[in-house]
Design a protein around this ligand. Structure first.
Ligand SMILES: Cc1ncc(C[n+]2csc(CCOP(=O)(O)OP(=O)(O)O)c2C)c(N)n1
Length: 688
């Protein structure tokens, strides 16, 4: 595209609008404390506006960051909504729940902006997921709109030092996905210069030899050249040339945020930066050749008027309703019984509603172990729902290190069941982007502790619906094997399920047997929330956990405990691998006890637990996770408050002590609750 072909009046107006908005926030709203957290894009506007002019794919998707507001404004973020967001008014991006510069743009048609997070580098792997979803939807689902669409990951120079950036870079280059890294290098990450983020401060130079990546490098202070470079970069990816990275330098013409006084820059440096202002340079390049001075001035005053009008309207908007702050942590059902559907993310937004299934198990089914239960359920759901994708380390050709996905790649192909690179952040971040793009990702984390590199993506996924007030959600099922096996160790064998219960927005299933595993996994795969599905290693082939296959439509609802023994003397509450031991302890001691297998911990069955304890007046909670702040503490706190006057004895907990899981079976036996220690605990509680 020749420079003359760009809509320069629009470019000027868009840059001026962002700048007027920044001016207003910085000089008026921040001092008035109507805005509490401000991030200026001054200096960054030109490149973002130019990029936006090339994001014309029907299903283009953008992973953005807190300085991406000019881009978002050009892609469809309404000025009024942007201002309502920073001013914490109703109708913004988050109804006052999140800082105003983290925004999102749900879209059925036209460029979509994935929900921005506060964490630097978090935008990259979800953008990769979007790119992979485009390819999947085009190739496998035959979605023509995805053919020429691309993903863009927008970040600053310091963000190229993050795990997320490198995870994304590896994935897009090995998979050759249509993604453009759009790196804006303003020379600083807050106060730390670029040369401390990448050798000699130029990520483009350093990636020049990276295989499978096209690299472009330019300077926004030469706007016409930058415009040509941006066009080239986007066009290359859209044209099928594979992933690319463009780095553009520009000055950051304000502090990092409203609080930052830039004392780390000299007066000379600030003066040089001012002289490099891309907007001022644009004027010298455009006027009068492409635009008259009068036209330029007209666009500037139009922008100022638009911002003033937006402010007047936002001042008239309500503040968010404090009573609503707890809503939308999870998918909600409206008064009419229908799901209050998010605007984007998950299969339901494309009109696909999975069948509800049946709670009735077929007792005649063949007897299977828990790993077969998982495999068979995945197999069936892959067959009935072409949007289900299974991926993780070794899940493809090998069939998973636990054999849970054995044979599924052969049956369903490499597009649907595939190995990933060894990057848990990449696995979960990719799943977030795929879910946002309308797929149902089922990532596997190979062992419980190896979810740690993905913690940031998991946490941000969990809060997505709440942060965006139901605009976005990323339903997925994360399968995580964990817990002890024949031996323990601090890496493969911890359960630490309580961490997910603090990771808000996740449903958590912890089945103790094959039948529940089928039902809970199917509920998760047909559900509308992100779910952690914990597969206990000792149960995968454990004989107690083997059950009759309950059928291809069998579902177990979340938050419903199962009552495995019924009695009067006390209540035992447990889940996962401890349920079997509790049952055996009850049977060997002969104590008359209720045994509740919670099956899911988020939500957990408070009602059944309270009802049982009110009846028996005594409670023992048994779990594998460590004692301090384990989930048993939460249950005990609820019982202590809600059933205080019904209790005849203190609530007891029997758990692993506060030590990591030890390797030697001898040491493991010392710390794990056993049938013998549970029996003793039952007897002493019953004797009080
Ligand atoms: C994971 C994480 N670590 C630290 C921060 C605090 N922080 C916010 S912005 C920032 C600098 C990022 O700089 P860069 O990526 O170059 O973007 P720029 O702000 O210059 O546009 C830092 C350290 C954060 N938000 N997230």
């Amino acid at each position: 595209m020749e420079a003359a072909a760009l809509d320069w009046p629009a470019v000027v107006r868009q840059i001026a609008t962002s700048r007027a908005l920044d001016d207003l926030e910085e000089s008026v709203l921040l001092p008035e404390r109507k805005v509490l957290y401000q991030f200026c894009a001054r200096g960054h506007e030109l490149t973002q506006v130019l990029l936006a002019h090339h994001l014309i794919g029907v299903r283009d998707g953008v992973g953005a960051y807190y300085r991406s507001r000019p881009l978002a404004l050009c892609l469809g973020l309404r000025l009024e909504d942007a201002l309502a967001s920073t001013m914490m008014r109703a109708g913004g991006m988050s109804e006052g729940r999140d800082i105003g510069v983290v925004f999102n743009l749900p879209r059925k048609s036209g460029p979509c902006v994935l929900p921005v997070c506060g964490g630097v580098g978090t935008q990259y792997t979800p953008a990769v997921g979007w790119a992979q979803a485009l390819r999947y939807r085009a190739r496998v689902l035959g979605d023509a709109e995805c053919e020429n669409s691309i993903a863009v990951a927008h970040g600053g120079d310091a963000s190229t030092a993050t795990n997320g950036f490198w995870a994304a870079l590896n994935i897009v280059t090995t998979e050759r996905l249509p993604l453009l890294f759009f790196i804006e290098d303003n020379g600083y990450g807050i106060s730390v210069p670029s040369r401390q983020q990448t050798p000699e401060g130029n990520i483009a130079k350093n990636l020049a030899a990276f295989r499978g990546l096209r690299v472009l490098d330019g300077d926004a202070s030469d706007p016409l050249k930058a415009a040509a470079l941006i066009e080239d970069a986007v066009g290359g990816v859209r044209g099928g040339g594979g992933p690319a990275l463009i780095r553009l330098t520009m000055p950051r013409l304000s502090g990092h945020s409203g609080q930052d006084t830039q004392t780390y820059k000299s007066a000379d440096e600030i003066a040089v930066e001012k002289d490099r202002d891309p907007f001022a340079r644009l004027r010298t390049q455009l006027v009068p050749q492409y635009l008259s001075a009068a036209q330029w001035d007209l666009e500037i005053s139009r922008a100022g008027d638009a911002v003033a009008e937006a402010l007047a309207r936002v001042e008239g908007r309500d503040t968010p309703d404090p009573a609503q702050v707890g809503r939308y942590l999870f998918s909600e059902i409206g008064a009419d019984g229908a799901t209050l559907l998010q605007q984007q993310g998950g299969i339901r937004c494309d009109g696909i509603v999975p069948p509800p299934g049946t709670p009735h198990a077929n007792p005649q089914g063949p007897r299977i172990n828990l790993v077969t239960a998982v495999r068979r359920t995945l197999d069936h759901e892959l067959a009935v729902n072409p949007r289900v994708l299974i991926f993780g380390e070794d899940v493809g050709r090998k069939g998973g290190v636990h054999a849970a996905t054995l044979g599924l790649q052969e049956k369903f192909g490499v597009e649907r069941v595939f190995d990933t690179s060894l990057s848990e952040e990449g696995i979960i971040g990719r799943a977030v982007g795929m879910a946002a793009a309308g797929l149902m990702p089922v990532p596997e984390i190979q062992f419980r502790k190896y979810a740690e590199p993905a913690a940031e993506q998991l946490n941000d996924c969990g809060t997505m619906r709440w942060r965006t007030v139901n605009r976005f959600a990323a339903p997925m099922v994360v399968r995580i094997p964990g817990g002890f096996f024949k031996c323990g160790d601090p890496w493969h064998s911890q359960s630490n399920e309580v961490q997910w219960l603090h990771g808000l927005g996740w449903r958590v299933a912890m089945p103790s047997n094959a039948e529940d595993a089928v039902g809970l996994l199917r509920s998760s795969l047909r559900g509308n929330d992100p779910t952690i599905f914990f597969e206990h290693r000792s149960l995968l082939d454990g004989s107690w956990a083997r059950r009759a296959y309950p059928g291809d439509e069998f579902v177990v609802p979340f938050g419903k405990a199962s009552l495995l023994r019924e009695g009067t003397a006390l209540t035992v509450v447990s889940w996962g691998a401890m349920v079997e031991r509790c049952e055996k302890a009850i049977d060997t001691t002969g104590i008359s006890a209720d045994l509740l297998d919670l099956r899911s911990l988020s939500p957990w069955d408070r009602e059944a637990t309270l009802a049982s304890v009110r009846k028996t007046r005594r409670c023992l909670i048994v779990h594998e996770d460590t004692l301090t702040a384990g989930f048993g503490a939460e249950i005990a706190a609820v019982l202590a408050k809600e059933a205080f006057f019904d209790l005849d004895a203190p609530i007891e907990r029997l758990t692993m002590p506060d030590v990591p899981s030890p390797h030697s079976p001898l040491l493991l036996a010392q710390v794990l609750p056993s049938v013998a220690t549970i029996s003793r605990a039952l007897q002493s509680l019953a004797a009080i």
